[in-house]
Design a protein. Structure first.
Lengths: 309, 73, 59
């Protein structure tokens, strides 16, 4: 039983290139008897893996290609509140954005997953929502005679659709279907940055680029030719809180509104996330300390061999 | 040796009044523990919030149930 | 050292007291942690939440 006495004095000589190995050896000093003998092999395999990965990446994900228009121009990044882990939506912007949606976008775009009641205590008070819902007629029934009838809306009803079905929507928009907006921020690559860039990105087509009749040029739209024309112009909407309604302000507000519509749980989720992070990291640190405390006798034990005389 | 005198006490199975008296203080604390557990695990239930927790002297307002806004009419 | 002893003798030695203390402390911690978190959250997000703007619109 020739066990080596494992102490710190038994570390191998300091090897410049393999600094991490000596740190590893110090870490496992109590359980490993000798330094790793195949450090050269480890270095060779690591280089091989890194080299192969770099080669594969350069072949597969080239940064520039001849067909960038197909991807759409990459939208610039804006400091939306919802990118931060500790910020809620700007609810004043959500309210203004709802006004923009109602006055501009709802002519063509549905918002099927949002009911009137979802707005309560987010952007409008309960009374306001009831009043807004009552202005819209909904079909209900059948009544006692078996007839369907119209009734004023209530908070449990969903947002009214601009068209009764997809065919009517296409007929009203030269064959193009205006997508439902309730999840558009999550559904499009680029999210809020993309939608904002799209709404404010209508420009004249560059020289040589032909856009067919009925389509409009927008560099952010994949392919470059989008069926929707520019809809946001300065002063189109009159904000009730007096904010000047420039087209970029309206775009920012409606994008914030749509971001809320796609993730109505966002504010609560982030607050809960902050609380969970604090508690779990505290418990983790506690766990690490307790484990090391309980293991200390084992980690610091010495084994002594007294050979027989 | 004279015959041993066996005296029995009133009992219900193995439960005797003497045992009850001995175990009563501990049982009382266990009751308090169970009550604390119910309040903790049920602290989100409206009935418990309304009837028990909001009535606690200093901190009761933490559980106050928000009254729904009344119509103007 | 004697603080640990006092702690053990009063709160840990009898299991009934131990369990009751655990539930009561969890209860108190929940109230305190939630109140503090809400206050921190509200100050981080001053002016953005519905409760900050609702006074303009609620009758």
């Amino acid at each position: 039983m020739n066990r080596q006495v494992s102490t710190a004095f038994n570390l191998p000589h300091f090897h410049l290139t393999f600094l991490f190995l000596s740190a590893l050896q110090a870490r496992f000093a109590s359980t490993k008897a000798q330094a790793s003998q195949n450090s050269k092999q480890i270095a060779a395999v690591t280089t091989g893996i890194v080299g192969t990965a770099a080669l594969a990446y350069s072949l597969v994900d080239n940064t520039v290609s001849a067909n960038m228009a197909d991807e759409g121009l990459h939208p610039p990044a804006h400091p939306w509140y919802h990118k931060s882990p500790i910020h809620t939506f700007d609810h004043a912007a959500v309210r203004r954005g709802y006004q923009v949606y109602r006055e501009v976008c709802s002519a063509c775009h549905s918002l099927d997953r949002i009911a009137w009641r979802n707005l309560i205590d987010v952007s409008h008070s309960e009374d306001e929502v009831k009043a807004m819902a009552e202005e819209v007629e909904y079909e209900d029934g059948p009544d006692d005679e078996g007839e369907m009838f119209q009734r004023p809306g209530k908070p449990s009803d969903y947002m009214p659709k601009p068209y009764p079905n997809e065919e009517a929507a296409r007929a009203g928009n030269a064959g193009a279907l205006p997508p439902d907006l309730s999840l558009i921020i999550k559904a499009r690559h680029g999210g809020a940055d993309y939608v904002f860039a799209l709404l404010t990105g209508y420009v004249d087509a560059p020289a040589g680029v032909e856009v067919r009749e009925g389509l409009n040029y927008n560099p952010y739209f994949p392919g470059g030719a989008i069926a929707m024309a520019r809809v946001l112009f300065d002063g189109l909407v009159e904000y009730e809180d007096g904010t000047p309604a420039t087209s970029s302000q309206m775009a920012r507000d409606v994008t914030t509104f749509l971001a809320w519509a796609a993730e109505p749980e966002h504010d609560d989720r982030k607050k809960m996330g902050m609380k969970a992070t604090i508690i779990l990291s505290t418990l983790t640190l506690l766990t690490v300390y307790i484990k090391r405390f309980k293991w200390a006798p084992l980690k610091t034990r010495k084994i002594i061999y007294n050979p027989p005389k | 040796m004279p015959a041993p005198k066996i005296a029995t006490v009133p009992h219900f199975g193995f439960i005797t009044p003497e045992k009850l008296v001995r175990v009563a203080p501990s049982a009382a604390v266990w009751g308090a523990a169970a009550g604390a557990a119910v309040l903790l695990l049920g602290s989100d239930i409206p009935i418990i919030k309304r009837d028990i927790l909001s009535k606690v002297p200093f901190v009761g307002s933490y559980w106050a149930v928000a009254a729904p806004a009344q119509d103007e009419e | 050292m004697s603080l640990a002893n006092t702690f053990y003798n009063t709160l840990v030695k009898k299991n009934s007291v131990f369990v009751a203390t655990i539930f009561a402390s969890a209860f108190a911690f929940e109230v305190a942690f939630d109140t503090t978190s809400t206050r921190v959250w509200d100050s981080l997000n001053k002016g953005k939440q519905w409760k900050d703007i609702k006074d303009k619109y609620v009758q």
